[in-house]
Design a protein. Structure first.
Length: 237
């Protein structure tokens, strides 16, 4: 079993719309990760490799490998990792709505108490339900209504400095404003049939692989990697 070497199939070069993401397996000493580009239309992995940390360098290697194999990336769906937009400059990029919602929830919690936070969380829930112009108008109206509130500052006696009172609310709003150019790419390029989430990776690929690792939790890292490669090459469409 340990001598088994999974066969890596040669993939036909083509134009692809990909979802890019990374995930990790194990804990502490036996932790390792996988970074992957998946064709969201065919459902198959285009390129992938194992990693120890998720970094822009690893994404750069992934993209170069994809290109080296002859694939042309027509569009990409990502989770919003800082700097990744720059690596994909010139390619239509869609920010995953699920991850954007998660960012908002991280800043505002699931059940915010402040009126401004409640309003902003409700607006973010409209992603995928309204067109870009409508969403931009809602965000603009929110800012005008709560502008003075989010400008409020508090004096810190210990440091002798002022800071914004509602920093987490400001961060949530800034996240939506910063990612706005990438939240409606799937609508702006209808011919490319771009997904608006990376769920095809998170739930459709990573989850089954992690279940596979749980079933074989007693084997070593190298065997786990072989199982993952075998799964990607022979069981994923």
């Amino acid at each position: 079993m340990h001598s088994y070497i999974p066969i890596v199939k040669t993939k036909k070069p083509r134009e692809v719309v990909v979802a890019l993401d990374a995930t990790f397996f194990g804990r502490r000493v036996d932790k390792f990760g996988l970074i992957i580009a998946k064709d969201i239309h065919e459902g198959s992995p285009v390129s992938y490799h194992f990693i120890t940390t998720e970094s822009l360098f690893e994404y750069q290697v992934l993209l170069r490998d994809t290109t080296y194999k002859g694939f042309t990336i027509k569009a990409a769906v990502i989770d919003g990792k800082r700097g990744l937009f720059r690596l994909l400059e010139g390619v239509p990029v869609q920010m995953c709505h699920f991850h954007q919602q998660a960012i908002i929830t991280r800043y505002l919690t699931r059940k915010p108490k402040l009126e401004a936070s409640i309003d902003l969380k409700r607006i973010s829930s409209y992603l995928g339900k309204v067109k870009q112009k409508r969403f931009e108008l809602l965000l603009e109206c929110w800012h005008k209504r709560h502008e003075e509130f989010i400008k409020e500052k508090t004096y810190n006696i210990e440091t002798g400095k002022w800071h914004y009172t509602h920093r987490r609310l400001r961060s949530a709003y800034r996240s939506l404003k910063t990612n706005l150019p990438y939240l409606f790419t799937y609508r702006n390029y209808p011919d490319l049939n771009i997904a608006n989430t990376t769920n095809g990776l998170d739930g459709g690929l990573f989850s089954p692989m992690k279940m596979l690792m749980k079933v074989h939790r007693g084997i070593g890292i190298e065997m786990k990697k072989k199982l993952i490669v075998d799964y990607l090459e022979n069981w994923v469409k």
